[in-house]
Design a protein around this ligand. Structure first.
Ligand code: HGY
Ligand code: MN
Ligand code: MN
Length: 397
């Protein structure tokens, strides 16, 4: 099959315009936002033009279906609150390009998908979590974003495009092309990464409740300052993790809100996101125990209370050997000895889809290792190499 690099890059740049923001090629296209809905409507047209049947499920997962049985390719087209033009979008447009090229060449039946809310505005890879049965719709509808908006309300923005559920049984497997989003390939100078496994993740909100008070008249030793509890928790966490974590284990407090968030008021409440990732499920569990115990300890030491929100998580997953081998052969033919087998520190929809069918992933480099930022970018030659590896692997399968 013949990939058309100009057509592929043109669609990629067109998708970037939906929610284009900031300097360079940044996008702001959160799940169910106006830009996301418009982008999915445009994608539906492109999918139709490619001769595929357009379907969208209640979560807003957008599919382009070939006659069954077909191989499913794709990723997600929603972005982080400040995102790059390639995270997710690359895999969706690459899937479309391979589907078109395969159809034109009378090749294998290829279906495409753009999952919804992979970036977890409401949870963790929410769209594919619901589609794969990892999360039920009723529970998903109760999830809220940092503004308090509920997923159940937000997804009504897609109603006009929703056609009904899409049966996973029609697919023989799933392959996702994605940017690496880290420094490995950018540092090594290799063009392609074939993914061996995807890390697991845990994510929950933790709330400390103390006593709101006057910032001038309240002596330091009498304060029950919720921010100080977070600060002490974070300072001790690295030490408590020391004998459990490895150099590739990561943990992040990425969101913190103080109430009432005023400079002359001792904050009585602090809510923060506690997220941790590792390739070993047992290590994730041991870290959870440390996190809960340390948070309780900090609360008691300050006569405060601590509350743990619902914990969301995904288990580490190995890529399917047969699909991964096809990607390795594709990589070797497109980028001879210029590729590597590597784990994914980022989460992907492939983790959820692996519950239903064999999955595999491949990466192209991120310039400077930057992602989840407006500066996210990849050389166009590497983007084209990625879609060519995908096409070779599909042909081999
Ligand atoms: O956070 C992640 O790993 C994914 O990019 N949402
Ligand atoms: Mn992504
Ligand atoms: Mn992402």
């Amino acid at each position: 099959m013949n990939i058309d690099p100009a057509r592929f890059l043109k669609d990629l740049h067109t998708l970037r315009e939906f929610g284009a923001a900031g300097v360079g090629k940044g996008v702001v296209r959160p799940a169910y936002s106006g830009a996301d809905v418009a982008a999915r409507a445009w994608l539906a047209d492109r999918i139709r033009d490619a001769g595929l049947r357009v379907e969208m499920d209640a979560m807003g997962n957008l599919f382009g279906l070939a006659d069954a049985p077909s191989l499913l390719l794709g990723s997600h087209s929603d972005s982080q609150p400040e995102g790059g033009w390639l995270d997710g979008a690359l895999g969706v447009i690459a899937a479309l390009e391979v589907a078109r090229a395969s159809r034109a060449a009378g090749g294998p039946a290829i279906s495409v998908v753009s999952f919804q809310d992979e970036e977890g505005r409401f949870g963790v890879t929410t769209g594919s979590a619901v589609w794969s049965g990892h999360l039920d719709q009723a529970t998903a509808d109760t999830l809220s974003d940092h503004t308090g908006a509920k997923l159940g309300d937000a997804r009504e923005a897609m109603d006009a495009l929703v056609t009904g559920s899409v049966d996973p049984a029609q697919f023989t497997g799933f392959i996702e092309l994605h940017i690496e989003q880290g420094p490995t390939l950018d540092t090594s100078g290799e063009q392609i990464g074939v993914v061996s496994d995807i890390v697991g993740i845990r994510d929950m909100k933790i709330t400390f409740d103390g006593q709101q008070n006057h910032a001038g008249t309240t002596p330091m030793h009498l304060r029950r300052d919720a921010f100080q509890a977070v600060s002490a928790f974070n300072a001790k966490l690295a030490t408590r993790f020391r004998n459990v974590v490895t150099p590739t284990t990561v943990w992040t407090i990425g969101h913190l809100s103080l109430h009432p968030n005023a400079s002359s008021i001792v904050p009585g409440r602090a809510v923060f996101s506690m997220q941790w990732r590792d390739g070993d499920a047992d290590r994730l569990a041991r870290m959870e125990t440390i996190i809960r115990e340390l948070a309780e300890e900090m609360a008691q030491a300050r006569s405060m209370s601590v509350h743990f929100g619902q914990m969301l998580g995904l288990e580490p997953v190995q890529m399917d050997t047969r699909l991964r081998t096809a990607l390795e052969q594709g990589a070797q033919s497109v980028a001879p000895d210029n590729w590597r087998l590597m784990p994914s520190g980022a989460l992907h929809d492939a983790t959820n889809v692996s519950r239903l069918m064999p999955v595999a992933m491949l990466f192209v480099p991120s310039i400077g290792g930057i992602s989840h930022a407006f500066e996210e970018d990849t050389d166009e030659a590497d983007l084209v190499a990625g879609v060519q590896v995908l096409a070779r692997a599909v042909s081999a399968l």
